[in-house]
Design a protein around this ligand. Structure first.
Ligand code: ZN
Length: 248
């Protein structure tokens, strides 16, 4: 019988994880990769604000266009929804201290990054070569959302192709939902830690609030439209952020 050995997720009890100050990761440039417009702010908003307060160069790369959040809205058909979500991202990042010219929207079709990722590798290689980041924040490779896992794979594959080895810091999003959270495979050695972000929590909350399409009834004509619940949002407004890194 094939026996799968698993390790409990560190997200079960984040308060025991070691907590480090921003100076431990301050460098330039730093790249934050988001599968959807909002993941950068939810997962890394505190880190982004603190790095910018230290004048670090922070770039943001948003992979998908986010148009699957309200696929049946007549008020916001895909092009309008894309424009809305991109404007929300720019507003959120402006609150966190990142200017629009540091943000790149790659506009892959929301929900199918996995199906398109091979054709995107060349463009990602070009982008990564231009930026040459020292640290990349990217989605946790085992996030329950397929677009998040595919984004990790896209960036990881491009880095292997380029022989680039920046520090990779992974951020969880949907693992915070207990119903979706899975244990870690025993084969992967992971270090989980927290970044102390107390001084920028209010700023992060303001940035999250700009994502009105995702947290309010702004788009009210799609009964199946996506909405981040208050319960889910509460996971992102602690005075710390949790990150995961493969132990080398
Ligand atoms: Zn996402």
């Amino acid at each position: 019988m094939n026996k799968q050995v698993n390790t409990a997720s560190p997200l079960n009890n984040p308060s025991v994880l070691p907590c480090y100050p921003i100076k431990d990761i301050a460098c330039s440039p730093v790249l934050v990769v988001a599968p959807h417009p909002d993941d950068e702010t939810l997962g890394c908003g505190g880190a982004i604000a603190m790095l910018r307060s230290l004048n670090c160069d922070v770039r943001v790369f948003v992979i998908s266009d986010g148009t699957l959040s309200h696929p049946r809205s007549l008020k916001y058909p895909a092009p309008a929804l894309r424009a809305l979500r991109e404007s929300e991202t720019l507003s959120a990042l402006s609150v966190l201290g990142v200017e629009a010219n540091a943000v790149t929207f790659y506009r892959m079709q929301d929900g199918s990054i996995s199906a398109q990722y091979k054709s995107a590798i060349v463009n990602c290689c070009t982008y990564l070569t231009e930026i040459s980041p020292q640290i990349i924040f990217l989605p946790w490779r085992y996030d329950p959302h397929p677009d998040h896992r595919a984004t990790w794979k896209l960036i990881h594959t491009a880095l292997v192709e380029l022989h680039l080895c920046p520090r990779l810091i992974e951020y969880p999003i949907w693992d915070w939902d207990q119903k979706q959270r899975e244990n870690l495979p025993e084969t992967l050695k992971v270090t989980a830690w927290r970044l102390h972000t107390a001084s920028v929590v209010e700023l992060k909350q303001q940035a999250i609030a700009t994502y009105r399409s995702q947290i309010t009834d702004l788009i009210d004509d799609d009964p199946e439209g996506f909405r981040l619940t208050a319960e889910m949002l509460a996971n992102f407004t602690h005075p710390w952020e949790v990150y995961l890194e493969e132990t080398r």
